[in-house]
Design a protein around this ligand. Structure first.
Ligand code: AMP
Ligand code: MN
Ligand code: MN
Length: 319
């Protein structure tokens, strides 16, 4: 991030009184952490802040400070609109339909489309919270224990507990700073990643019962019926993809989650040396080389067939 961009961000914040912050649907820890953390910083500066996630905050993050202050709609008038952890504007859902282009886009996806007036995109950051932390330090913005807790959650969840290939010494140094601000690392790890609800495990069981492995590609699906049977409240995969990615005999793993709106949410994971972000991009999604996603129109069967074919091409180097 260059100095001009950092200063431009500082100026926009200084001039704004009412600020809207938004992140992506099916929010993960980085989306929630970036949203709440930046919101708390702005509040410390005396701003009026509205935090919006179209899907709300998943239960797995209900131990975080201010999780209950996140709304599902963006009603109101704002001086500044900031989107965090989104590679393209469609990722936020429909919450900005009545508003213009967002003012600021803070993100770490290489597939980011630079959709805002000011785009603070840094691909080397492990998580978007890392970029926001850097902005806070560079602009001497306030930090406190609550902010540290949500930031550390973003770092932990996007790096799967500091074990993804993009984990840097810098991210670990920031984690140490956040611990010193009072964030309880083992507690935050356990709540966001170490514990599963019974419903989530039952949902996993349904997906695992029909797992497929063929030529180092592993995949499974979760239907709307599975979700109902397991009584699982989310519309995501309950992180089943990370379990599939741990299977030794694979290079690429895939999970297909049927949605109510006639689309299928696809998650890709790949071992180092493979790039699934390009295949995700082909299907209108995006992400990083080792972890990508897309929401694709079509039936579960059709989307599975098309995506497996395209992914196999990429895996064989013929795509
Ligand atoms: P997921 O499989 O949802 O955990 O996402 C893996 C990575 O891909 C994350 O970096 C997401 O932000 C990104 N991603 C997931 N879904 C989409 C999408 N529909 N469009 C763009 N990027 C996505
Ligand atoms: Mn995210
Ligand atoms: Mn992220």
């Amino acid at each position: 991030m260059n100095k001009e961009n950092i200063q431009a961000f500082g100026n926009l914040v200084e001039r704004a009184d009412r600020i809207l912050i938004i992140s992506h649907t099916r929010p993960d820890g980085d989306a929630v952490g970036s949203l709440i953390g930046l919101g708390l910083i702005f509040e410390e500066l005396g701003k009026k802040v509205n935090l919006v996630l179209e899907d709300g905050v998943p239960k797995v993050f209900h131990h975080l400070p201010s999780y209950d202050r996140v709304f599902r709609e963006a009603a109101g008038v704002y001086d500044l609109i900031v989107v965090v952890d989104c590679s393209d504007i469609d990722r936020i859902g429909n919450v900005l339909d009545d508003y213009g282009e967002p003012d600021v886009n803070i993100d770490h996806h290489p597939t980011n489309t630079c959709f805002a007036g000011l785009n603070l995109v840094q691909e080397t950051a492990v998580a978007t919270v890392e970029i926001i932390y850097d902005l806070a330090v560079a602009l001497s913005l306030p930090l406190n224990q609550s902010i540290a807790e949500v930031f550390l959650t973003g770092l932990l969840t996007d790096s799967l507990g500091f074990r993804t290939s993009n984990t840097t010494p810098k991210a670990l140094r920031i984690a140490a700073e956040l611990q010193e601000l009072g964030a309880d690392l083992p507690f935050l790890y356990r709540k966001a990643m170490g514990e599963k609800s019974l419903e989530a495990v039952k949902y996993w069981g349904l997906g695992l019962s029909r797992i497929n492995l063929e030529d180092r590609l592993v995949w499974t699906s979760l239907s709307l019926e599975d979700r109902k049977k397991a009584d699982y409240p989310g519309r995501d995969d309950a992180d089943l993809i990370n379990l599939l990615a741990s299977i030794k005999e694979t290079d690429i793993s895939l999970v297909f989650v049927e949605q109510k709106n006639g689309t299928v949410k696809v998650s890709w994971r790949a071992r180092p040396g493979f790039d699934v972000s390009k295949t995700a991009l082909e299907f209108g999604g995006g992400g990083h080389k080792p972890a990508a996603g897309a929401e694709i129109k079509g039936s579960l069967e059709q989307v599975q067939e098309d995506v497996i074919k395209a992914t196999r091409h990429a895996l064989n180097g013929t795509g």
